[in-house]
Design a protein around this ligand. Structure first.
Ligand SMILES: Cc1cc2nc3c(=O)[nH]c(=O)nc-3n(C[C@H](O)[C@H](O)[C@H](O)COP(=O)(O)O)c2cc1C
Length: 185
């Protein structure tokens, strides 16, 4: 699959990094956009090395490059994941304010009915953020908030990270063994 991964300036940058690693293992064609905000947050979080993710991508884009192939809906993609998604990027996508390549590529997904998975991260949530999620859901996006579960008894942060990335792979329709799925009682 040809998949766009956008990493934006919300907490949990490592999740974008792990998603790229998992997709690369499965030999998908990854088009990666890392916002300036994400680069800033990455400096404050543990164990982040975005250069590794960039090396695994088929192509890396500058968020300001609105002349890139991804800016046009004539460049067909199979899916786009925004992980983590800041409230600012969420608003840009939900309101059609495409002033960078992330919001523009997501706008193309909405225009063309391509799969768009948005993983918002903030807590608590403001009314504008909730309204923006509602708008995006109506527009056809999959809203996949980074809410952890306890039933699979996570012991480490890595277990929690794998749960989130596994949920994204589920939403993409891809196989994985990142977390134990609920199989009924
Ligand atoms: C250390 C740090 C953590 C942040 N965490 C969040 C967050 O979890 N959620 C959020 O919406 N914004 C968060 N922000 C604020 C965003 O980075 C900021 O709104 C930025 O403009 C987002 O831009 P972008 O979406 O283009 O990356 C954080 C900022 C910093 C410096």
């Amino acid at each position: 699959m040809r998949i766009v991964v956008a990493i934006t300036g919300a907490s949990g940058i490592v999740l974008g990094q792990i998603l790229v690693e998992e997709l690369a293992k499965q030999k998908h064609e990854i088009h990666l956009i890392v916002s300036r905000g994400a680069e800033e947050v990455a400096r404050h979080e543990e164990g982040i090395d975005l250069s590794k993710a960039k090396k695994k991508a088929f192509k890396v884009y500058d968020e300001k490059d609105l002349a890139a192939s991804l800016a046009s809906s004539s460049f067909k993609i199979d899916a786009m994941v925004v992980i983590p998604c800041s409230m600012k990027t969420l608003s840009g996508i939900a309101n059609g304010y495409a002033d960078n390549l992330i919001a523009r590529a997501a706008e193309n997904c909405l225009k063309m009915n391509w799969k768009l998975i948005v993983c918002p991260r903030d807590t608590p949530l403001s009314l504008p953020a909730l309204e923006n999620m509602r708008k995006l859901k109506i527009a056809g996006a999959c809203i996949l908030p980074l809410n952890m579960a306890y039933y699979y008894k996570p012991k480490t942060v890595s277990d929690v990270n794998n749960f989130f990335v596994g949920k994204i792979l589920d939403a993409l329709g891809l196989e994985h063994s990142l977390y134990r799925k609920w199989g009924g009682k």
